[in-house]
Design a protein around this ligand. Structure first.
Ligand code: 5GP
Ligand code: ZN
Length: 114
């Protein structure tokens, strides 16, 4: 738990969120500023600042983030139309919250990545 981290505070229950999924290691919740009809985040409960800070011991955690994100996307009815997972790593990619998180975005046509 890092005191000035928004997502650690969400994990700790100090900041409310619309929770979609929780287990011992992961939390998924709706993004507060959605950029598509479906936009939620999957985060580890452990404070990992960026994708670059991931260690070998986190390999299962990363796999679980991907798996849970796909399960939730399908539960939200995006299985047929499709959806996108994004991890922004550091400033140039647009990372603003420095607690690792995977965006899951769907419900509209996406532009090509660029
Ligand atoms: P980043 O740009 O770091 O990849 O994405 C951070 C995301 O976190 C943004 O989409 C932003 O809307 C979301 N976000 C920031 N603060 C909060 C918050 O307090 N609650 C929720 N639910 N989402 C947040
Ligand atoms: Zn954190």
């Amino acid at each position: 738990m890092i005191d000035d981290c928004i997502f650690c505070k969400i994990v700790d229950g100090q900041i409310p969120c619309t929770k979609l999924y929780e287990d011992d290691n992961l939390l998924a919740f709706e993004d507060i500023h959605p950029i598509a009809p479906t936009h939620f985040l999957v985060i580890p409960k452990e404070h990992i600042p960026t994708l670059d800070d991931v260690e070998e011991r986190h390999a299962q955690l990363l796999g679980d983030m991907l798996y849970v994100s796909a399960q939730l996307a399908q539960q939200k009815g995006l299985g047929a139309s499709g959806y996108r997972q994004v991890i922004n790593c550091r400033e140039s990619a647009g990372q603003v919250v420095f607690h690792l998180h995977m965006h899951v975005i769907g419900g509209r046509k996406m532009d090509k990545m660029g």
